[in-house]
Design a protein around this ligand. Structure first.
Ligand code: SAH
Ligand code: DHB
Ligand code: MG
Length: 213
């Protein structure tokens, strides 16, 4: 095992141990042949911890897949009042995610909206404590604008795949996805409403704080 993987495993085994609900969700992913692109346990733990630091009660996720990241997010919300809204366009993924939230006892805290993000986002009311973006990459500049608009001041803008397997650094990669990731990162780095950096966990987690409306 190379050194970064060894260090990652150390963190996972000490700080991000999965319980049986999370392990079952990953097993269900594999059984249903969902793409294995869920966040890793240590990235899930980081998302969970970031929500706790701001005492988040309302969180928006774009891209549910099978509910794995959603469980890490929803578990950071207060059982009485918190709510995760998660958007998923693939009906098969949405069904599996709903089952995951139910089996983890989180259905009361999670609203899954089935649809394409750019159709759903205009229907949501602003004021979210955190927005986690983890769907298709080409529209990322639009997701940036929606994310910032829907966040309260002091809220967290979180975006997976900031490195996009190195394509973020490779200007010769002109694919729509690579262009989307690079544009998002530049926006997050330069928009005066956001203070951001990238945490080099897995494929890069962009973490931003909305400091101005
Ligand atoms: N956050 C998940 C992984 C998401 S994978 C986890 O870590 O567990 C990306 C998901 O985004 C896929 O399920 C895909 O179907 C969904 N998706 C892709 N494009 C989308 C769009 N335009 N609107 C909503 N969901 C989308
Ligand atoms: C891939 C990984 C992701 O986390 C994602 O959101 C999209 C794609 C990938 O490995 O291709
Ligand atoms: Mg991702």
């Amino acid at each position: 095992m190379d050194e970064p993987r060894r260090l990652e495993r150390y963190v996972t085994e000490l700080f991000a141990v999965e319980d049986s609900d999370l392990a079952a969700i990953r097993a269900r992913h594999a059984a249903a042949a969902l793409p294995p692109i869920n966040v890793s346990p240590e990235e899930g733990k980081l998302l969970h911890l970031l929500l706790l630091t701001i005492q988040a009660t309302t969180v928006l996720e774009i891209g549910s897949l099978g509910g794995y990241s959603g469980v890490w997010l929803a578990r950071a919300l207060p059982p009485g009042g918190g709510k995760l809204t998660t958007i998923e366009k693939d009906p098969r993924h949405a069904k599996i995610a709903r089952e995951a939230f139910a089996s983890a006892g989180l259905s009361a805290r999670v609203q899954l909206i089935e649809g394409a993000a750019l159709d759903v986002l205009p229907t949501l009311s602003p004021g979210f404590d955190a927005v986690f973006i983890d769907a298709d990459k080409e529209p990322l500049p639009q997701y940036f604008e929606w994310g910032v608009r829907l966040l309260r001041r002091g809220g967290l803008l979180l975006c997976d795949n900031a490195f996009f397997h190195g394509a973020a650094l490779d200007e010769s990669d002109r694919s729509g996805a690579a262009l989307g990731v690079r544009a998002f990162n530049r926006l997050a780095a330069s928009d005066p409403r956001i203070v951001a950096t990238v945490v080099p966990v897995r494929d890069g987690l962009l973490v931003g704080l909305k400091v101005a409306q």
